[in-house]
Design a protein around this ligand. Structure first.
Ligand SMILES: [Zn+2]
Length: 556
């Protein structure tokens, strides 16, 4: 065979799990240019090995399609890594030490920014301003928690924003207060924007570096593509232009669909702006073809939209049903029009009323528009009413799961289960039920809320127990709702073909098949040959996008 026929890259001697429709196994893969040209045995690719072919000996390790994350925030995650980063810490003292160290090593920063604290470290999930005042009295501190739904601020930040006992709660959020009505130091949901809107805009170069940092981190975990769950041109963080810049100059090596932010303070008139952003929103491997509608908040601060009210700490019924950020009638109309315009709708739909409203809006779109290939998806799906589970398949709505959260740990056991009550807490993360009812499952991390490592997330999808390195957060080792465990093949499918489907990329990647793009991840062991409770011990050793190596560790 002539040199033009030789492969540029071959993988041999591996456990190649292709994730094709028949779930075929292979031993070797050959790549020419950015495409896969052969999948088979070592003998099958031998003829494609030329003098300049790079040969990767997998030595029995696993080759998978590159992972894809269907809901992630890599730009803010990367910026967090560059700022005061609390994600990997686990106690209040560690937080305070890190914040004090960051403040003293960045004396010129007027605002101390960053975040990643965990609610279960603080009573009722609400850290007080006094802890921050003691270490940073003269500059403003603004630190979102891991999921971004609550923010820890100091007295200086409250003063600059003009928040005091007389400040009313905004419609879409809540100021945590002391008994005298004065602010306590934690701001929930929309209340945080009273402060965030006076934060000086991030330097665009910082945002750009955040994207590159986040991308490098995702590649190191085997991720080759993702859906950015909030793409926006807001004053606080313009990642739209950041993606266009990186896509245009080739710095963007991941394949990215951007979900344009639906501004809930506006109405249907913003659809024209979204069309405009989509038209201008394609460069290189980036395209902004999805619209993110955040329909509710989170359970831990009682802003997730529930059908029956939350319970209080004594198990008594309250009158709080959480928040529907978009009025359901407006939602029906918005989704119908977006669907007709060929947009995909990407919901944040966390608790059972938000899930129902999101599905109802897709149903409204189907009634008016007929079937579309929008592949609308509901992210988080923490609490799903059993009646709504079959509707995912009926409506062609994709279940976008964040499996790392489906386990007993402090946030679940102390801040969620008691307030959901029986039987509702058992409706959480019903991944296997959705699968049994024919729903398409995609998977994602919601990083920087929690780790973007698909191996750790798949570990929980399969075991419904936290990986061992989360032991400090876990008192209860029971399997969380064991009937909802997925098998390993389904978890891998979720992070490969499932998420490729959501990104309308399943014809191009998501599986290892001849003609598809060579988006690949080398894993240090065959996951199927080890016990399921060791999935999180596995490591990605090399990552390829379109046949180009974008990550390799020392052992690769
Ligand atoms: Zn998110």
């Amino acid at each position: 065979m002539g040199s033009s026929g030789a492969a540029d890259l071959v993988f041999v001697n591996g456990a190649v799990y292709t994730v094709d429709a028949a779930r075929t196994w292979a031993q070797a893969v050959a790549v020419r240019g950015d495409r896969i040209v052969a999948v088979g045995s070592d003998d099958d690719v031998a003829a494609l090995r030329g003098t300049s072919t790079e040969v990767v000996d997998l030595r029995g390790r696993m080759l998978l399609p590159g992972f894809q994350d269907a809901h992630v925030h890599p730009v803010s995650g990367g910026i967090d890594m560059l700022q005061c980063d609390l994600h990997d810490l686990g106690t209040k003292q560690e937080y305070l030490d890190a914040i004090a160290a960051y403040a003293s090593s960045n004396p010129d920063e007027e605002w101390i920014l960053g975040g990643g604290w965990s609610q279960d470290v603080f009573p009722r999930g609400c850290p007080p301003k006094e802890d921050l005042d003691a270490i940073v009295p003269d500059r403003a501190v603004y630190l979102p928690n891991r999921d971004g739904h609550s923010v820890w601020v100091n007295a200086k930040a409250l003063e600059l924003a003009g928040i005091d006992a007389s400040t009313p709660d905004p419609e879409d959020g809540r100021i945590e207060r002391l008994p005298d009505g004065s602010p306590q130091g934690t701001l929930h949901e929309g209340a945080a924007s009273i402060v965030s809107r006076i934060i000086p805009p991030l330097d665009q170069e910082m945002v750009y570096q955040g994207l590159l940092k986040g991308q490098a981190y995702l590649h190191s975990l085997g991720l080759t593509g993702w859906q950015d769950a909030i793409v926006d041109r807001s004053l606080v963080l313009d990642n739209y232009d950041t993606y266009l810049r990186a896509g245009g100059n080739g710095d963007l090596t991941g394949r990215v669909v951007g979900a344009l932010w639906w501004d809930r303070s506006k109405g249907l008139e913003q659809i024209d702006d979204l069309v405009h952003l989509r038209e201008g929103g394609a460069a290189g491997r980036f395209r902004a073809t999805s619209v993110k509608i955040m329909q509710d908040g989170v359970c831990e601060n009682f802003t997730a939209a529930v059908l029956e009210p939350y319970l209080d700490e004594h198990g008594e019924r309250t009158d709080n049903r959480g928040i529907s950020f978009v009025d359901p009638s407006v939602l029906d109309e918005a989704v119908t029009r977006l669907d007709a315009l060929g947009f995909q709708v990407h919901y944040h739909a966390l608790a059972e009323r938000a899930v129902r409203e999101a599905l109802d809006a897709i149903a409204a779109a189907r009634r008016t528009n007929g079937w579309s290939d929008g592949r609308h998806h509901l992210a988080h799906i923490q609490v799903v009413h059993p009646d709504d589970i079959p509707r995912f398949r009926e409506l062609g709505a994709v279940a976008n799961a964040q499996p790392l959260w489906a386990a007993h740990e402090a946030q679940m056991d102390e801040l969620t289960i008691p307030f959901l009550g029986e039987p509702r807490w058992t409706w959480q993360y019903p991944f296997a039920s959705l699968q049994r009812h024919g729903a398409q499952l995609a998977m994602g991390s919601d990083w920087s809320v929690s780790t973007p490592d698909p191996l750790e997330e798949m570990h929980v999808a399969v075991n419904r127990q936290m990986p061992a390195d989360y032991a400090y957060r876990v008192d209860n080792r029971d399997v969380f709702l064991p009937d909802e465990r997925l098998d390993l093949a389904s978890a891998i499918h979720g992070f490969t073909m499932g998420s490729a489907y959501v990104n309308h990329a399943d014809h191009e990647n998501g599986s290892i098949e001849v003609g598809k793009l060579a988006d690949l991840a080398v894993i240090d062991r065959n996951l199927f040959a080890h016990p399921p409770d060791e999935i999180s011990s596995a490591r990605c050793q090399a990552t390829y996008v379109g046949g180009e190596r974008v990550y390799a560790d020392a052992d690769a």
